[in-house]
Design a protein around this ligand. Sequence first.
Ligand SMILES: Nc1ncnc2c1ncn2[C@@H]1O[C@H](COP(=O)(O)OP(=O)(O)OP(=O)(O)O)[C@@H](O)[C@H]1O
Ligand SMILES: [Mg+2]
Length: 255
Amino acid sequence: MSELDGLLIRDLRVSFDGFTAVDGVSLTVPSGDIRFLIGPNGAGKTTLVDAVTGLVRATGSVRFGTHELLGRPVHRISRLGVGRTFQTATVFEELSVLQNLDIAAGARRGWAILARRRRGVPDEVAAALDTIGLAGHAEQPAGTLAHGQKQWLEIGMLLVQDAKLLLLDEPVAGMSHEERDATGALLETVSRDRTVVVIEHDMDFLRRFARTVTVLHAGRVLSEGTVAQVQADPRVQEVYLGHPVDTGSAPSGGE
Ligand SMILES: Nc1ncnc2c1ncn2[C@@H]1O[C@H](COP(=O)(O)OP(=O)(O)OP(=O)(O)O)[C@@H](O)[C@H]1O
Ligand SMILES: [Mg+2]
């Protein structure tokens, strides 16, 4: 696990018409980490991910491995192994699980190779199906999947694109307890040889699956560390509860 393979953000700034949504954020997420990004509504979490993935203009520096990402177009950043999900799943509902994965894989491989392999299931697609637990649903239209399964399919689509940095925006929102558990296990599996950044409001999920936590507030890093360190930080308690608490049980929720 080396910093060189991870995500290095330095003095990141994003402004919208004079309003500064991300205000000088520096962050280091080493390879193999599962970093949770939390903070109240409007803290700048999604905007930070937008900046890393090239969706909004930003200043500062975002390095992934040896590559500077800032200034590159979205598709180039994706080809450097950076993948993200959005809060609402963006799968092709009428197509099967397998077809969704094949299209995602094709976006990287090129259509010529895809056409040649059309009759078999490519190795990376079969592997992704197993990893996301949807091998038994390969032929099912994605639109008929359960909510949690759609999120897993989206993660599978990043895996077949060979994403090495996964940025997931509130992946367990609306999931059942069982689906959350399965998602946590999936994050642990994919983080073995990847870097994972998760934006999440669900504190129970965070306590169980975060390796490290960064708290954003008003576009800045408020606190950072292990779950226990961040929970014990009076500044974090203040932001989440409006006042510091005596016990180590805060934060208790952001939404
Ligand atoms: N395209 C935009 N134009 C103007 N302001 C924006 C734009 N996108 C985000 N903002 C503002 O930037 C701030 C940060 O928004 P962002 O969506 O990053 O917050 P967040 O931490 O993801 O919040 P949430 O938990 O509600 O998803 C907010 O005040 C938001 O209104
Ligand atoms: Mg957001």
